[in-house]
Design a protein around this ligand. Structure first.
Ligand code: SAM
Ligand code: SF4
Ligand code: SF4
Length: 370
């Protein structure tokens, strides 16, 4: 099957390039698992349910760029729950074992528990269950943790960059009080989510002093904390290498207070490097996209809220799966199209990051699904 050719000029265009998903494919049966050009199977799907967010984190959607006038997707362009369910089923039929709901902020999508209830019914070709999880800023969890749990959400990751009210308010860009996120995490625990993961993006000179307080708190609360190196996702967050707190330094800071040792990955393709506390009180992770890239094991696909398939977090272009669905393509053709796109995948951005890649108009993380 032929794939549309990417115009090099488009790589620096201001809008992401959206290519038509390939048609005329030989239908692909459920259970056939594609590999990309580097031998990586398709294992994880991240589904963005909205490009909107009630936060303006400085590293993701800086308020000065994404202000009142910013044009988010009109409703008609956003995938319906039924379309998301169809695509998720197609990916699971092709080998995806894990579905992560994300955004934007997923909790701002209306009736989200109804979508979770649909996705929780999906089974793998061998009849096994799918790992259904979500990443959220936690702001809406007090109201939604219980309905999400009841709908079948299995696991939860909450992003939280500091326990210090001032640092947190500055980083989320809207003065959102840290206490409300903490109440959301408590509500998630009461609803039965365990263990809960917490993601912290570190920015030099902004929140590295939050590392140790967060570690102490997470150990006390039984949460799995994961520090993320500030990444050059999108093209609006003013990323500079100097702003990255390297994983090695994060590990040293933790180790100085609570000695840790490396742990084996829990599964192939795991994003975080895991470290265990020598006193046996849990683990902590670091996501080392900048200083120790892990593209070799990357098995993740992303669908944006408007149904575009991206095969790398740093993509400049993706394929329009929504068009395929709305044109009436049957399930086996949808699978064939996804398999064809995955089959030519050669992404390894973090391994080739350089001055030459600095000016690429990468799709924003909130738009493609973090
Ligand atoms: N709004 C939800 C949230 O914040 O958890 C989900 C979407 S958000 C894009 C997903 C994850 O990406 C969050 O944990 C966030 O901290 C992380 N993230 C966003 N921009 C980042 C950047 N420039 N570098 C590293 N991580 C980033
Ligand atoms: Fe919103 Fe999440 Fe991006 Fe923060 S990281 S602006 S919460 S999408
Ligand atoms: Fe995967 Fe792209 Fe990140 Fe490499 S840079 S780990 S290919 S998403």
């Amino acid at each position: 099957m032929e794939l549309p050719v990417l115009d090099p000029a488009a790589l620096t265009a201001s809008q992401p390039t959206i290519l038509p998903a390939p048609r005329r494919a030989l239908p692909v049966a459920s259970g056939v698992r594609p590999s990309d050009t580097l031998g990586r199977p398709l294992r994880d799907l991240r589904i963005s349910v909205t490009d909107r967010c009630n936060f303006r984190c400085t590293y993701c959607m800086p308020a000065e760029v994404f202000g009142r006038d910013f044009a988010f997707l009109p409703r008609a362009q956003v995938l319906t729950f039924e379309e998301i369910d169809r695509l998720a089923r197609a990916f699971v039929a092709l080998g995806a074992e894990k579905l992560r709901i994300t955004g934007g902020e997923p909790l701002v999508r209306r009736d989200l528990p109804a979508l979770i209830a649909l996705l929780a019914r999906i089974r793998r070709p061998d009849g096994g269950s799918v790992d259904l999880t979500m990443t959220t800023n936690g702001s809406g969890l007090r109201a939604l943790a219980r309905p999400l749990r009841d709908a079948g959400l299995a696991r939860l990751t909450v992003s939280l960059d500091s326990l210090d009210p001032d640092v947190f308010a500055a980083m989320n860009g809207v003065d959102f009080p840290v206490a409300r996120v903490l109440k959301g995490i408590a509500a998630a625990r009461d609803a039965g989510f365990a263990p809960i993961k917490v993601n912290t993006v570190l920015k030099r000179g902004v929140n590295e002093d939050s590392i140790v307080p967060l570690v102490d708190w997470a150990r006390e609360e039984g949460l799995i904390l994961r520090f993320i190196e500030f990444m050059d996702v999108g093209h609006s967050n003013g990323w500079r290498l100097d702003d990255v707190v390297p994983a090695g330094e994060i590990v040293d800071r933790i180790n100085a207070v609570h000695p840790i040792e490396p742990l084996e990955p829990a599964y192939s393709g795991e994003v975080a490097e895991r470290w265990g506390y020598l006193d046996g009180r849990g683990e902590v992770g670091v996501i080392t996209s900048v200083t120790r890239p892990f593209c070799g094991d990357c098995t993740r696909a992303r669908i944006s809220a408007n149904g575009v398939l991206y095969t790398c977090l740093f993509s400049v272009a993706g394929h329009d799966l929504r068009g395929l669905l709305r044109d009436g393509a049957p399930d086996d053709e949808v699978r064939a199209s996804i398999a064809a796109i995955w089959g030519v995948r050669d992404d390894r951005y973090s391994e080739v990051r350089s001055d030459a890649t600095a000016d690429l108009r990468r799709v924003e993380m909130f738009a493609m699904g973090g």
